[in-house]
Ligand binder design. Structure first.
Ligand SMILES: *[C@@H]1O[C@H](CO)[C@@H](O)[C@H](O)[C@H]1NC(C)=O
Ligand SMILES: *[C@@H]1O[C@H](CO)[C@@H](O)[C@H](O)[C@H]1NC(C)=O
Ligand SMILES: *[C@@H]1O[C@H](CO)[C@@H](O)[C@H](O)[C@H]1NC(C)=O
Ligand SMILES: *[C@@H]1O[C@H](CO)[C@@H](O)[C@H](O)[C@H]1NC(C)=O
Ligand SMILES: *[C@@H]1O[C@H](CO)[C@@H](O)[C@H](O)[C@H]1NC(C)=O
Length: 392
């Protein structure tokens, strides 16, 4: 049994199962775009991050505006930690031990995190914790599709906060709710020119979703696996630091790679702290793939293949060659909607329809991002999943 299966079962046993009776799925949604109505919480604001500034100063303008949301999120994490270990000792440990970790993080990440702590007034250890958090609790749906003209489209739902405090009254996840106000779109510039763009959370320096305009698009999904899950992170804390944080690699690739092939090579070959899925789209026909990673190896690369009529590749949180856990099958309904849409009719609008269908849309879904590489365009929307809705 893997880690995620365990969490889902633990959740079911700790709650009244009766509120989650099937159907978990619905008919594929249509005409949801442009976003409106009860599944659309709001638009996402744009900020510029100036890469010509020293790392410690880059995030200050964004944090100045979003400080209160960040403080409120970190308070929620602390409340949860204190509910878990009531003496307050866990947070005490975070405040003592994790600031040291900021110095072990590769450049520019350590300096950026310190800059965020300074700008927000949040203790450094807690900002470090916030930045590690995403490496652990992210579950998602990502897809790269090629339309019949050869344009590549990339869509994703970012689902976050599994098992982090189910609010029985509100039927919502405390942490997922706190995260929504932190969703931002970022335009990373050098010499006043866009290098890459990303949907992100204020206060977080890694990347989970991004585009290098006219070159490639990239998302990362968590891979639950016993070969490493958290062992790599633990090793890092204990001093063995030869792997890379997954979301730091994603950001480095967005910043440094200058083609789909170069991005693919870096994502496949760089040693990681934990397993992951990278979903990469390029800028010409056939360029779309899911890279399934262990800590050290690329285990499998599944590519779009027009000759085989494989016009899209889709990833949730399970290896594509295995059956998903039956209580968490977002892959089958997502593929059903993609197949119903057909390659002729795939577009940003129909991709949004698919990502708006339950259970791809669920109580963990914080945002939906849609990217078109040829236009250099990234758009994102904060989401809600009105009841009845699956918790994941
Ligand atoms: C429950 O949801 C409502 C509306 O979304 C919100 O205002 C309230 O703060 C939530 N309560 C808790 C305890 O999170
Ligand atoms: C940066 O570019 C924008 C438009 O792309 C322009 O309006 C602005 O003046 C430029 N700023 C500098 C400092 O060159
Ligand atoms: C696709 O990316 C390559 C490598 O970066 C670039 O040379 C080429 O111009 C791009 N093609 C398009 C159509 O943007
Ligand atoms: C969708 O189509 C693909 C390719 O034809 C097929 O392998 C897959 O089983 C289909 N899935 C569903 C759920 O319809
Ligand atoms: C694709 O779109 C066309 C034009 O809107 C429509 O006539 C057709 O029924 C659609 N096909 C599918 C499979 O939905």
């Amino acid at each position: 049994m893997d880690h995620r299966t365990f969490l889902v079962l633990a959740f079911l046993f700790s709650n009244t199962v009766s509120q989650f009776v099937p159907p978990f799925t619905e008919d594929c949604r249509t005409a949801m775009y442009p976003p409106s109505g009860p599944t659309f919480r709001g638009a996402v604001r744009w900020y510029t991050v100036d890469l010509d500034l020293p790392p410690s100063k880059r995030w200050a303008p964004l944090i100045a505006e979003r400080k209160n949301d960040l403080v409120s999120m970190i308070q929620a994490i602390k409340d949860m930690a204190n509910a878990f270990v009531p003496s307050g000792r866990l947070i005490e440990l975070v405040d003592i031990a994790l600031p040291l970790m900021a110095d072990t993080l590769p450049s520019p990440f350590g300096e950026e995190i310190k800059g965020i702590a300074d700008a927000s007034g949040v203790p450094l250890g807690e900002v470090v914790l916030f930045n590690i958090f995403y490496e652990v609790f992210t579950v998602c749906t990502s897809v790269v599709a090629e339309d019949s003209k050869g344009n590549l489209l990339h869509g994703r739902n970012l689902d976050f906060g599994l098992f982090l405090g189910w609010d029985v009254k509100n039927k919502s996840w405390t942490i997922s709710e706190k995260l929504k106000p932190l969703v931002v779109n970022l335009d990373f510039k050098k010499n006043n020119q866009t290098v890459f763009k990303s949907t992100n959370f204020a206060g977080y320096v890694g990347m989970l979703t991004g585009i290098k305009p006219h070159m490639f698009t990239l998302t990362m999904n968590e891979r639950f696996s016993l070969d490493g899950g958290y062992i790599g992170i633990l090793e890092w804390i204990l001093g063995q630091r030869d792997g890379m944080w997954m979301s730091f690699l994603t950001r480095t690739v967005l910043e440094k790679a200058n083609s789909y092939e170069e991005a693919k090579k870096l994502l496949a070959e760089t040693k990681l702290l934990a397993p992951a899925y990278f979903i990469l789209g390029g800028n010409q026909t056939g360029q779309g793939c899911i890279i399934t990673r262990s800590r050290t190896l690329s285990i499998d690369v599944l590519e779009i293949d027009p000759k085989l009529d494989r016009w899209y590749v889709l990833e949730t949180n399970y290896d594509h060659w295995k059956e998903p856990f039956f209580l968490d099958d977002r892959r089958t309904p997502a593929m059903r909607c993609m197949n119903q849409t057909t390659q002729t009719n795939i577009s940003v609008s129909t991709l949004y329809d698919m990502l708006s269908t339950k259970p791809m849309l669920n109580k963990l879904t914080t945002y939906t991002t849609l990217m078109q590489v040829s236009e250099g365009k990234l758009e994102s929307y904060i989401r809600d999943c009105p009841n009845p809705c699956m918790p994941w």
